[in-house]
Design a binder for this molecule. Structure first.
Ligand code: SAH
Ligand code: SF4
Length: 306
């Protein structure tokens, strides 16, 4: 695959079909990353502020039907203080992530966002809190939020419906992503690699959807099963294929922020570094207070590796 060329569906499918790590592709992608961003690796502090969620995504350990989760939510002050501690450590970009927790009202989110921006006007705030109405997104933006991460998870509607309950839809997810763009957020999207029932054609569709959306950031990571979900018995996604897709995405989206994700690190500590040598340019160290960190378990083993 050459830089600057949009490959056909069949040639993309051919590259994706083999999950072998591809040195040549990785080197090309690394060159492209260096050309656009130099040697820098961008760093964001991740604050997992609530593990309460009204959704029931079949893959996720925080789904509402998982009664084994010890639920927590940080207070508004704790969230602002966590960012202040992160600031002391040198972080200037914060990602506030959580389940879809309705006890954080729009007013509450806006107080948190403006509180952080007021204390640290030189920082950016990224939200990763799922699907909301247009007016809620707009309120967060007006309060000072800069970016929003919402993975589309899979761009194939029938695959989407096998990963989510019937009250969720790909169409709604896409509407949210386009609303966020329209409002002016720098938007991140992405998908899991190796989620149950995923085909090579699904992955090609994921890439095509991203080409249509033109996100600022693209997050992908291997699916990792969680023991207390309906997908407990399914195989984990391939880290080799994930890194290969990182390279493909770097070549297709030279300017994108592409993180080397935690799930890659969890599946094998070497894979996060591999991703950074294969086109990824962002890491998101977890700065969540230690007293709650273990409870934010999206997938098995998430908090065992640091
Ligand atoms: N509730 C928000 C943010 C938290 S989930 C949201 O859903 O957008 C953040 C991401 O974790 C999801 O987008 C999903 O891609 C990823 N995730 C959830 N369960 C996972 C699993 N079992 N394996 C790998 N990634 C997972
Ligand atoms: Fe909730 Fe996000 Fe997990 Fe879905 S993926 S259950 S929305 S935390």
């Amino acid at each position: 695959m050459a830089a600057g060329v949009n490959p056909s569906d069949s040639s993309l499918a051919a590259i994706i079909s083999s999950s072998d790590y591809d040195e040549e592709l990785a080197a090309l992608a690394y060159e492209k990353k260096k050309e656009k961003f130099g040697d820098a690796i961008l760093k964001r502090g991740l604050v997992e502020f609530t593990n309460c969620c009204r959704n029931d995504c079949l893959y996720c350990g925080l789904r509402r039907n998982n009664a084994k989760v010890m639920r927590y939510r940080l207070s508004e002050d704790e969230i602002i203080e966590t960012c202040a501690n992160g600031y002391e450590l040198g972080f200037r970009r914060f990602v506030l992530q959580g389940g879809e927790d309705l006890s954080f009202t729009d007013e509450s989110m806006c107080r948190i966002i403006s509180g952080i921006k007021h204390l640290h006007p030189d920082c950016s705030v990224t939200l990763s809190i799922g699907e909301k109405d247009y007016k809620s997104y707009k309120a967060y933006f007006d309060a000072g939020a800069d970016r929003f991460l919402l993975r589309h998870e899979t761009a194939d509607p029938s695959h989407y419906s096998r990963l989510h309950p019937s009250d969720m839809s790909l169409q709604r997810r896409k509407e949210c992503l386009y609303s966020l763009k329209e409002i002016g957020f720098q938007v991140g999207s992405g998908f899991m690699v190796g989620s149950p029932f995923q085909t090579v054609d699904n992955l090609v569709a994921d890439i095509r959807f991203l080409q249509e959306l033109k996100p600022f950031m693209i997050g992908i990571g291997p699916f990792i099963h969680h023991k207390d979900t309906p997908f407990a018995g399914y195989d984990n996604g391939s880290p080799q294929l994930t890194v290969k897709l990182v390279s493909i995405l770097r070549l297709l989206f030279p300017e994108a922020r592409i993180p080397a994700t935690t799930s890659l690190h969890v599946i094998g500590t070497q894979w996060r570094e591999k991703a950074l040598c294969s086109g990824a340019n962002v890491i998101m160290p977890n700065i969540t207070p230690l007293k709650v960190r273990k409870k934010y378990e999206l997938y098995d083993g998430k908090n065992k590796v640091e």
